[in-house]
Write a protein that binds this ligand. Structure first.
Ligand code: ZN
Length: 359
């Protein structure tokens, strides 16, 4: 179907503009122009895992530190068939850090094939991250913070530097809102794939999160507002307000945007973290049901207009979440095989053999 990667990526870009809307065309085009797509070369000892690919995109003067102050090689997981990364290019000018741009890259394993739809869907998902990214440096007191947005997700690092231009990024907070973002991003990727291929998506990545994100889209205002937040991170408070406006006031602290969002994040961690058992996933899905059940029609009886407008969607939301809760095998598909379940063996595992979802 496609002769080369350029032809395929042009098709993905054009379809994304159709899907998301012309108002995002400039951002989407710019992201496609600057993103390097790197396919792992199995014969290249230096490029045998996706972390190596990501690290090859890191400016030489940049080092990463975790929240304990320990230097880390990368802040990305290797446990995926595809990853997308953004590395800041920072210069110190007049003793202040200035963001000169970012290096955007997508890493794919050597099994990538432009005519294999499942693989292409992984690439679409990764481009979804690329088009929704932005970064900035903010100054608070005597601190400078690098804030990187990936859709509604956000990473914050404190920037430290020396007189030789060496820059350190110290983790302040990472993966904020990551669950909601991954669910929404995968939902969008499937829609784009369906527009390209004209038939239902084959992807099974982030199944639980995506099944929840699908439900937002069934309420048009929510779906549209969430898409807007994916491109305009500053609008999250508006989304939160809209979401919370759909439930009776007295229930908001229990079941509003915040607990829902937290459940998404915890679910994401459970589904991607090593060693999480299946029960944990079921518990988290159960928590989401509890968090959202107040949307059920019976709690809206004092507001007939809302009941009429949202009942069918809410029913479907509760039904799907309950299904997730009851699915004891929920985590199985996304957990690593038992022999890979400790960090040591995972470190040595080759990416090719890992069936974890895209990140
Ligand atoms: Zn992802």
């Amino acid at each position: 179907m496609y002769n080369n990667l350029a032809e395929l990526t042009t098709k993905i870009k054009d379809t994304m503009i159709d899907y998301y809307g012309e108002q995002y065309a400039d951002k989407i085009t710019a992201a496609f122009d600057k993103t390097n797509v790197i396919i792992m070369d199995a014969a290249d000892e230096n490029r045998k895992n996706l972390n190596a690919i990501c690290n090859s995109q890191t400016p030489k003067n940049l080092r990463f530190f975790d929240n304990q102050g320990t230097q880390i090689k990368t802040n990305l997981s290797v446990l995926a068939a595809a990853v997308s990364t953004s590395r800041p290019v920072i210069e110190i000018i007049d003793n202040k850090p200035v963001l000169q741009g970012t290096i955007e890259a997508i890493g794919l394993t050597d099994t990538f094939d432009i005519n294999n739809r499942k693989k292409v869907e992984q690439l679409i998902h990764e481009f979804g991250h690329s088009v929704k990214r932005s970064a900035s440096i903010i100054n608070i007191g005597d601190k400078y913070l690098l804030v990187q947005n990936d859709g509604v997700a956000q990473d914050t690092h404190e920037i430290k530097w020396d007189n030789n231009g060496n820059i350190e990024l110290h983790q302040v907070e990472i993966d904020l809102n990551i669950g909601l973002h991954e669910g929404k991003n995968e939902f969008d990727a499937r829609k784009v794939s369906e527009m390209i291929y004209g038939s239902p998506s084959l992807s099974e990545a982030y199944r639980g999160l995506t099944n929840c994100a699908i439900e937002f889209d069934k309420i048009p205002e929510l779906g549209k507002a969430l898409t807007d937040c994916e491109f305009n991170h500053d609008n999250i408070p508006q989304f939160e307000k809209l979401y919370d406006s759909l439930i009776p006031d007295e229930k908001v602290p229990l079941c509003g945007f915040k607990p829902m969002n937290k459940a998404f994040d915890e679910y994401y961690k459970a589904a991607t973290t090593l060693g999480e058992n299946l029960l944990d996933c079921a518990t988290l899905a159960g928590r989401m049901v509890n968090s959202m059940k107040y949307y059920a029609p019976e709690t809206m009886q004092n507001n007939p207009e809302k009941v009429a407008k949202y009942s069918p969607q809410r029913k479907s939301l509760i039904k799907n979440l309950t299904k997730l809760k009851n699915n004891a095998n929920l985590g199985k598909k996304y957990s690593l095989t038992p022999e890979n379940r400790n960090l040591t063996s995972v470190k040595n595992a080759t990416v090719k053999n890992i069936t974890a979802p895209v990140t």
